[in-house]
Design a protein around this ligand. Sequence first.
Ligand SMILES: [Zn+2]
Length: 122
Amino acid sequence: MKKEVRCKKCKYVIPVKSVAEDRAKLARELGKEFTLTCPECHTISTYHVNDVKAKKSFFTSMLVIAIMWIATFVIAYLFYKYFDDSLYYYGLLVFIGIPSVILSIYSKAETKQISYFNRYKK
Ligand SMILES: [Zn+2]
């Protein structure tokens, strides 16, 4: 999940660097109101934590997918190496099944986090 605010002048999306899961934690981290400089128009504006919106992070999703593919590839390889042919097909099922299961769990958890963040107002 990534957090961002929109520039008050040019509407450019400015990323907010924070690991906070909700606005209360974000307020503790940055203060209830904080200033940010827009990288696009260089306007310095004050933002309230309620201006911050959480969104799905494309980069983290990609990272999760990459890690999963590596892990499942290793599992599939071990199956191939240590088990006979019939079991190898189960290995292939695992190879396809596990990443999609983990990704859907991860995606659901992230969606929940995002809606929690966006609902909770400080
Ligand atoms: Zn701007």
